[in-house]
Ligand binder design. Structure first.
Ligand code: GRF
Length: 219
């Protein structure tokens, strides 16, 4: 267990409901992380308003202002380091990050994805799950690797696909689960309980982790 709160940078592109779940978690007494900066690639992202309301510094790094991915990623990296971030959470950040950026934050960069990875990587996950006829889908928080939606898994929640679900109703139920597992994953990484060994996550504490990392209950 670390003795201090870990400074975290959160990257967003839009509505920021996962960001809000992280803001709320960081506000609870004893939480081992604090949000040092929220960075958006879109100037009108509602998540920026959420951060401002919580008194968190924000930055806009507009991808349209950069000639290529490398220079955009360098600007994001510089903003994170300027804010003193030691861990980065992707929360609905809709840009693919270069290998250089991802490797620069290796094992200090986590993402939430609305499926049970490695199923349904990429976009449009809810409709694709419905079209595939799966009975169970869900969401995953994982460490980021250069390949899209790839990397050691930290926490997952399973969500049933109901008979009358459309992409919107399914997305809403998965989102509720996202708001539970992202704060949990951040806590486990920030307090040092979860680390990466051999491209899988391991748990340092003495309690059996398994039951706590699948469909965890809200704190
Ligand atoms: C979430 O479904 C997340 O899993 C995905 O993008 C969405 C972002 O939503 N990566 P929000 O901006 O956190 O509300």
């Amino acid at each position: 267990m670390r003795g201090k709160t870990l400074p975290v940078g959160v990257l967003i592109s839009g509505r920021g409901s996962n960001l809000q779940a992280l803001i709320d978690a960081c506000a609870t007494p004893g939480f081992p992380a604090r949000i040092a900066v929220v960075i958006s690639n879109k100037p009108d992202a509602y998540g920026l308003t959420r951060a401002e309301k919580a008194g968190i510094p924000t930055a806009v790094v507009n991808h349209k202002a950069y000639a290529d991915r490398a220079s955009f990623d360098e600007a994001v990296d510089a903003a994170l380091r300027k804010a003193g971030a030691e861990l980065v959470c992707l929360a609905g950040f809709m840009r693919i990050l270069s290998e250089k950026f991802v490797e620069g934050w290796r094992d200090r960069l986590i993402n939430i994805h609305p499926s049970l990875l490695p199923a349904f990587k990429g976009l449009d996950t809810h409709q694709r799950a419905i079209d595939a006829g799966v009975r169970i889908t869900g969401c995953t928080v994982h460490f980021v690797r250069p390949a899209m939606d790839d990397g050691p898994i930290i926490v997952q929640a399973a969500v049933p696909v109901l008979q009358n679900d459309d992409a919107e109703t399914l997305a809403a139920r998965i989102l509720d689960a996202e708001h539970v597992i992202y704060p949990l994953a951040l806590r486990l990484v920030a307090d040092g309980t979860v680390t990466v060994k051999g491209e899988k996550t391991v748990f340092s504490d003495e309690k059996p982790a398994d039951g706590r990392l699948i469909n965890p209950l809200p704190d």
